[in-house]
Ligand binder design. Sequence first.
Ligand code: C2E
Ligand code: CA
Ligand code: CA
Length: 753
Amino acid sequence: MRQFLRTSFGISLLATLLLAMMAAGEPLAHGYWNMLFKNLQRPAPASTVLLTIDDQKNLTSAGLTEILGRLRLRMPRRVLIDAALPVGENAADDAGLAREVHSYGSDIAFIARSDKIDNFGKDAIILPPRQITGNAEVLVSAWRGNFVLYAVSAPYAVDIDGHKYSTVSAALAGVRSGFEGDYYPDFRVDPATIPRLASHELVAGAASASNLTGRTVIVTGLNKSPSILYFGHSYTPAVALDIAGAEGLKAPFSLSFGPRLGSLPILALVALLVSFGRRSRGWRKVAAYVAALGSVALVPALLRTQGIVFAPDTAFIFLGIYGTIRLWQKRARRIQLTSASGLPNLLALANNPIAVGSDVVVAVVARYEEILATLPQDLHSECARQIARRIAAGSGADTIYHGDGGHFAWAEEARPLEMQLDHLEGLRALFAAPLLIGTRTFDTNIHFGLDRNEGLDSPTRVNSALASANEALSNGRAIELFEASRLAEAPWELSLHARIEEGLRNGDIWLAFQPQWNLKENRMCGAEALIRWNHPTRGPIAPDAFILQAERAGRIDALTYWVLDLAITAALALNARGPRFQMSINLSAQMVDKPDLVANFSDAVRRRSIDPSLLTIEITETSSVRNRPAACQNLTRLRELGFRLSIDDFGTGEASLAYLADLPSDELKIDRRFIDRLGTSPRDQAIVANTITLAHALGQTVVAEGIERPETLAILQSMGCDYAQGYLLGRPVTYSDLERTYAASLSRAAGQV
Ligand code: C2E
Ligand code: CA
Ligand code: CA
């Protein structure tokens, strides 16, 4: 029950019932009836005729006697005298009137009116003098009103001094005593259509006077008849109400539960329809709500024509309250599901089931916050929208959801994995063109998290894709695939710390060296140190994967200094053999901004007495660097200490040309993606050629990595590339293998001399 009262439906119902108890719906009901009866009119019945005394000289008992005499000749069914009788002036005339009345027998009756709404007392109802009425019946007309004193209902009978007087409508309808409670007039009766005859026409014997035969004639106009407020017509002579009252009583039913209870049946009906609508979807829902609204408006009107009075007000209030609460909730929900840019947010995507056969993709835009920081507030949403448009154009998704910061998500058709990766690479290429926002341009870069686990629920999938996108960003990878199986790896990752220690101790983790060649001198001139892990049970683990895990496990520092130490050992040994041998190591982006980085590197070279310029530090993508200024400062310091700096994977990530100018570096490594297709792609040729020219102009040497084909090497040579690295020239090998090949290459060179 408590649960129920917490729903919008329960609250509305409760509030409605409280308001109904306070009769708060009366104004609504009043407006409803007033409008209804203004528009739903019907003519008055022909069976009751008003005979209006319009001639001043008839306003005496003698005059009235004459009219009653003439009227009797027309053989009306019954005559009701609706007037304060003009008696007391002439005793003989009064006696004549009494005689005339007497001669009608039971076919005549008198009406005593209360001219005030809700007043049934004898102070308001003046009974006609007994000397005239004799034994004729006296009927009473008195009305109950609503809060603005419009007549609403009347009792069947009124008690005055212990005598029950039937009301006029009851008498007209032929309903005699025995009924308790009230009846409700049929306000559709248009007062203007009540048949009327003026007394002078009757006196003159006009043809229309023959219409009186067999009818009930109400003689009126002897004094000013009171006016009462009548639905749809404002002030109306009270006699019209008597006629409408009789019509109400003649309807098939005459049923009402009074103004308060009378509104509950409609409320029950509407509540039932709404509760059905709440639980349905689609057209059923719409139909239920339309039916609820329709019932409130039409059912009371329809029933009223049958004499059943059910007021719509409580149901109106209920619909009003319920509708307002729902609209408010919808609005709140919309706000909750909308990002600051006005695009729907990730919650909106996670909230609905994701279509079958879809992948969930989250793209994260590198340096998004930085871009926003340089833009005026009013362009922030424009920035998000522009990115979303670009993504929509590239991905073909209808809706792009925007999360906090630079996250954009969507669901798209699941293609085979290779195709999907290619597709996302293509999308990434769209972001090679800078964003133009306001008058400013921005270079951006985008990373993807991909979730392909159809079986999982939407929130899990969106979260997975989100986590993967963040991972891609922090590792500088284009795409990170979320695999459910990775969840199972959590325990392995948790114990990674111990395993790395163990691997370093027992030699499962070792350092490979891949030769680098000087293309001008055509000799081996250096090597890149690449970490390897041959796990006893898991087999060889790709460095990409386990470096990521080491970063997560906080073990990357230890690994880096281990690599640095071994690389220094190798460099010292190889340089002892003669010509300069350059040793490259990779520095994880996670470490670039660490406060103790410079101290540790300078300690290491001092301890081992090696010239730092023999060591090249390769740095990649820096979008994930948390503290950029600190990173820049570290790199500058390292360079000042004599280390060479190389920008790895140039052309893939953040490493745009503009950024190259900012960063202190000596060397640029063109990513193998551009090298691979050099023989076939004119576009890649142009990129590489331009990069080489530009790098040289900036005083950088250029290394091309990933050379697998002789023709690629030839092209690079012709372009003026300085150094080369690739399977063609040498795979990553153990130190002893490297030493052997280096010795061989030295002796070959010596032999050539
Ligand atoms: P990277 O720095 O771009 O290293 C070059 C990668 O390209 C190496 O993969 C290398 O084996 C591979 N490669 C070299 N020549 C060719 C070729 O001709 N064809 C092809 N298909 N591949 C070639 P590897 O060793 O799997 O290393 C992957 C990445 O792992 C490295 O990319 C680097 O980012 C990271 N990594 C490796 N060792 C370390 C390390 O000691 N410290 C850090 N922080 N990262 C490392
Ligand atoms: Ca590298
Ligand atoms: Ca590389």
